[in-house]
Design a protein around this ligand. Structure first.
Ligand code: SF4
Length: 227
């Protein structure tokens, strides 16, 4: 409770008991996969081993290390970001540095420790100079994330940032229009909520209130009280 209040105080939000109407969006078409997500015999160890040695796209030539993902492999929450940045590339862990600190605070605000969720990215290797992922890189790498999702079977997917949201939902709709509603991911129609990337929120603190609304929506969905 205290941590949530700290997050609210940081945002300058007094009234957060606001509810938003829900609109379930159509499921996205599954991406082309090399090993099918949910295939019998798949395992976390198999996916991790393949990612660690992956050369499917050109990003393997400039990475320091792959960033597989981190957290509870039985978590109800899967947080998905874009791709490793400089800090993540060095440390091999997603969402570290200042943006990672803000993500941790956002999670604490809804009563979750970082260790209670699983955090991954659409891309497992850093694009040079933090450029946007190229479509062919996403096409090669997304099957890993789909296998992670099939293994985790999360109750809620939180897509963090435009790149993650647009690639998971196979759309070019702006993040401003994607957030504030519940989408459905894949054939399993896993509920998916979109919010802003913490790096963006650090640059645009005026958007934190919207991020807080997104997190509350995701929390209601995860709790099964979003109707
Ligand atoms: S970004 Fe993904 S597909 Fe490309 S080399 Fe890294 S792990 Fe392989």
């Amino acid at each position: 409770m205290a941590s949530r209040q700290a997050w609210l105080d940081a945002l300058g939000i007094a009234d957060w008991r606001q509810h938003q109407p829900l609109a379930i969006q159509p499921a996205r078409a599954p991406a082309v996969v090399i090993r099918e997500a949910g295939a019998p015999g798949d395992s976390w160890e198999a996916v991790a081993g393949e990612v660690a040695n992956c050369t499917r796209c050109g990003l393997h030539e400039c990475r320091t290390r792959t960033v597989f993902g981190v957290g509870d492999r039985q978590a109800r929450w899967l947080v998905v970001g874009e791709a490793p940045g400089a800090d993540e590339d060095l440390q091999g862990e997603p969402f570290v540095g200042r943006a990672g600190g803000l993500l941790n605070a956002m999670l604490r605000g809804i009563g979750l420790a970082r260790e209670q969720v699983f955090i991954a990215n659409v891309l497992k290797c850093r694009p040079p100079n933090n450029r946007d992922p190229a479509p062919e890189e996403v096409a090669q790498c997304l099957p890993y994330l789909e296998r992670q999702i099939a293994l985790l079977q999360p109750r809620i997917l939180l897509a963090v940032g435009r790149i993650a949201a647009q690639n998971l939902l196979a759309t070019d709709v702006t993040i401003g229009r994607l957030r504030g509603q519940v989408h459905a991911f894949g054939a399993g129609r896993i509920p998916l909520v979109v919010t802003y990337h913490p790096a963006y929120l650090l640059r645009s603190p005026g958007e934190k209130r919207k991020a807080w609304e997104d997190l509350k929506l995701a929390r209601r969905v995860a709790a099964g009280t979003a109707a």
